[in-house]
Design a protein around this ligand. Structure first.
Ligand SMILES: *[C@@H]1O[C@H](CO)[C@@H](O)[C@H](O)[C@H]1NC(C)=O
Ligand SMILES: *[C@@H]1O[C@H](CO)[C@@H](O)[C@H](O)[C@H]1NC(C)=O
Ligand SMILES: *[C@@H]1O[C@H](CO)[C@@H](O)[C@H](O)[C@H]1NC(C)=O
Ligand SMILES: *[C@@H]1O[C@H](CO)[C@@H](O)[C@H](O)[C@H]1NC(C)=O
Ligand SMILES: *[C@@H]1O[C@H](CO)[C@@H](O)[C@H](O)[C@H]1NC(C)=O
Ligand SMILES: *[C@@H]1O[C@H](CO)[C@@H](O)[C@H](O)[C@H]1NC(C)=O
Length: 388
């Protein structure tokens, strides 16, 4: 594992188009535990459910499918890099002697906050992911107690205590609800989502988690799949071409999530809870894309159907299918770095890199990161502006 990772790093540095700048965010976490959906799934659904995440996924960075729904790295990968930690192994991936010393990823594509049902893509809802974490922690500590040599592979009790616990979840709850419910009904459900989120959060707190980083949900209404399905009537679109109802619901979810974070801080004064405004970063990227070096804010890079969205719900990225009697393939675009969207549902590596760089400015964090002299030392990162 380790040598392979080093090769990736060399490639990344050699070909990076981003000059090095310093993040203002101070990172000194011994481990990261992440919970969520495909936005931060580093191979969980592919491993745990044998979900096909075939080529061209991974083509830009890993040069082969990596279990990630993207042509390359996800936001979480860039964040791990900025923290000088290796990419997170999925909890469910047992092959290849995965190392969990510096963290573990419980996120799986399709996951919801609410418990899964028969129609769910992933059975691993947030409650299950937290239960997996509890099992992981108990098992790791039990094994370490028996054999200290396992410290090379498993987080210590101290690491669990000082770790950063990250969340990026909720998108699929909103997304799924819109397929059978009106906007008002979806808005009314948000409290139910967040009550369940609170339960999961508290379970982690109760076993000693203290540092939390909660990503809010992105502009759901700007995904090509959503626009193709819900945006055929252009009066339903906003000035950027995104579906109003879905972005309103995402905003409402985020406001209530923000309130929940405020409540947590009041109830749990010994916890550090950072709320990160991913919605604003992504919407800014989509609306001001050319400023950041992109040419396509909404069209899927890898899809079928051509402009404006290059998305057809009948055929997924990489698939070849018979549509109306002719064989067609959903192929990737030639320059993925010009596209914000990868496959109609997920972002390209280039977009993820931009979003990560914005997260690391600290400008979208609440509370803002404290800037000290030490925090500016020894870290590397890239400039959000793309200088071609
Ligand atoms: C930043 O990290 C360093 C190294 O662990 C630590 O000594 C310092 O207190 C941290 N600063 C802040 C503001 O958290
Ligand atoms: C974390 O929370 C504690 C308790 O509220 C506070 O004293 C400390 O400054 C916080 N640390 C950071 C880095 O925000
Ligand atoms: C786009 O950029 C302009 C100018 O920097 C800024 O005022 C605006 O808020 C940005 N749009 C979004 C949606 O963030
Ligand atoms: C198949 O037929 C439908 C309905 O007539 C049409 O909208 C679609 O573009 C056709 N697809 C292909 C691949 O020809
Ligand atoms: C990519 O470029 C090749 C060669 O210029 C062209 O034939 C092909 O149609 C392009 N593919 C896409 C998806 O634009
Ligand atoms: C953070 O936001 C402020 C105010 O909008 C801006 O002046 C500053 O350049 C931003 N910082 C970074 C690192 O982008």
């Amino acid at each position: 594992m380790a040598p392979k990772f080093c090769i990736f790093k060399v490639i990344a540095i050699t070909f990076s188009i981003f000059p090095t700048v310093i993040p203002v965010t101070n990172f000194s976490f011994p481990a990261i535990f992440n919970f969520g959906d495909s936005n931060s799934d580093t191979g969980g659904l592919a491993a745990g459910f044998a979900f096909p995440v075939g080529p061209p996924n991974g083509q830009t960075y890993f040069l082969k499918p990596s279990g990630r729904f993207s042509d390359g790295r996800l936001i979480i990968d860039f964040l791990m890099d900025a923290m000088d930690l290796p990419f997170l192994n999925p909890y469910l991936d047992s092959v290849g002697a995965p190392n969990f010393q510096t963290g573990c990823n419980f996120a799986t594509g399709g996951s919801t906050i609410l418990p899964a049902n028969a129609a769910s893509t992933s059975p691993f809802s947030l409650g299950i992911q937290v239960a997996q974490f509890l099992k992981f922690k108990a098992r790791a500590l039990e094994l370490l107690d028996k054999d200290k040599r396992l410290q090379k592979y498993l987080p210590s009790e101290k690491s669990f205590k000082q770790a950063l616990y990250m969340f990026d979840v909720g998108q699929n709850d909103l997304d799924g609800a819109f397929y059978s419910k009106s906007e008002d009904q979806v808005l009314a459900l948000i409290q139910t989502f967040l009550t369940e989120f609170e339960t999961s959060f508290k379970k982690l707190y109760d076993v000693g988690a203290r540092k939390f980083w909660i990503h809010n949900t992105g502009p759901l209404g700007c995904l090509p799949r959503i626009i193709a399905k819900f945006g055929t009537d252009t009066t339903k679109l906003d000035q950027f071409g995104c579906v109003n109802s879905h972005n309103r619901a995402a905003n409402q979810f985020n406001m209530q999530l923000h309130d929940l974070c405020t409540k947590f801080r009041a109830q749990l004064p010994d916890a550090n809870i950072t709320y990160v405004d991913i919605f604003s970063i992504k919407l800014n990227l989509i609306s001001n894309y050319s400023q950041y070096g992109f040419k396509q804010p909404l069209a899927a890079c890898c899809g079928y159907g051509g402009p404006p969205l290059n998305f057809d719900s009948r055929i997924a990225c990489g698939e070849t299918k018979n549509l109306n009697g002719s064989m067609v393939t959903a192929t990737p675009c030639n320059n993925t770095a010009e596209y914000v969207n990868w496959d109609g549902n997920h972002y390209t590596e280039a977009a993820n890199e931009y979003v990560s760089s914005q997260i690391l400015t600290g400008n979208y964090s609440d509370p803002p990161p404290s800037v000290t002299a030490e925090s500016l030392l020894g870290s590397k990162f890239f400039d959000p502006r793309r200088l071609y």
